[in-house]
Write a protein that binds this ligand. Structure first.
Ligand SMILES: [Zn+2]
Length: 230
């Protein structure tokens, strides 16, 4: 009996080791695939937009739901926690385009942009709105659908209670600014909207009813004033 128990234990340990080795292999392959995909999309955005400032891209396996641009070494990090939520190249391009805009800003100013990080910290919301709009331009120039940016925000960006205690503007405001920018500059993407049946886009339409009514009013009255979205 003892012999069978020992055999079962050996088999169990062996199967466990094989399984662990396989998962390690799969995860290694998926990391390489993710990095290659991010590089392909990121460098396409840089080249299609004629961006002369160098930027590199790093895929991190940490399950953080975020991406950020490092101002000191011009490296954009996209974490697996956010990457796994991105369903298409358009959506990956949305995140990278926003971060590339920050990276381009990091080159501006004296001493090769030494104080650019400080400039950002002094008025982060201004830079966030700016990066969102530039991201739309970058996406279109590189052949990606900018409506995907609204989809990414709709499904992954949380909604804080107030604008003032967060570094980032309220997501509802950011989505409306992007929507307004696409509406004015690239209306064809809304007129022939490939995301119209996407559940995250539909939720944006539902949750932005009041804001879109404000925007509609702005158009009808031909107002030039910036709408204060909720
Ligand atoms: Zn940002």
């Amino acid at each position: 009996m003892k012999k069978y128990c020992l055999l079962a234990l050996v088999m169990f340990v062996f199967c466990g080791a094989v399984y662990a080795a396989q998962s390690e292999l799969v995860s290694f392959q998926s990391v390489t695939e993710a990095q290659n995909r991010i590089d392909r999309i990121g460098f396409n955005i840089l080249n299609s937009n004629g961006i002369e400032n160098r930027t590199v891209f790093d895929f991190s396996i940490k399950r953080i739901k975020n991406a950020h641009s490092r101002y000191n070494n011009r490296q954009i990090v996209l974490y697996r926690g956010l990457y796994d939520r991105l369903a298409s190249d358009d959506e990956v391009a949305a995140v990278l385009s926003h971060e590339i805009s920050h990276s381009v800003d990091s080159y501006k100013g004296i001493l090769r942009g030494y104080f650019s990080g400080l400039s950002y910290s002094l008025s982060p919301k201004k830079y966030e709105y700016k990066a969102d709009k530039i991201a739309v331009d970058y996406m279109v120039n590189a052949g990606y659908n900018p409506v995907a940016f609204i989809v990414v925000m709709s499904k992954t960006f949380p909604q804080t209670r107030y604008d003032w205690y967060s570094k980032h503007p309220l997501t509802t405001r950011r989505m409306m600014q992007v929507y307004e920018y696409i509406y004015k500059k690239y209306p064809e993407y809304l007129a022939n909207n490939k995301y119209k049946d996407n559940p995250y886009y539909q939720n944006f339409l539902l949750a932005s009813k009041a804001n879109r009514a404000k925007f509609q009013n702005k158009i009808e009255t031909n107002s030039k004033k910036q709408v204060k979205y909720l």
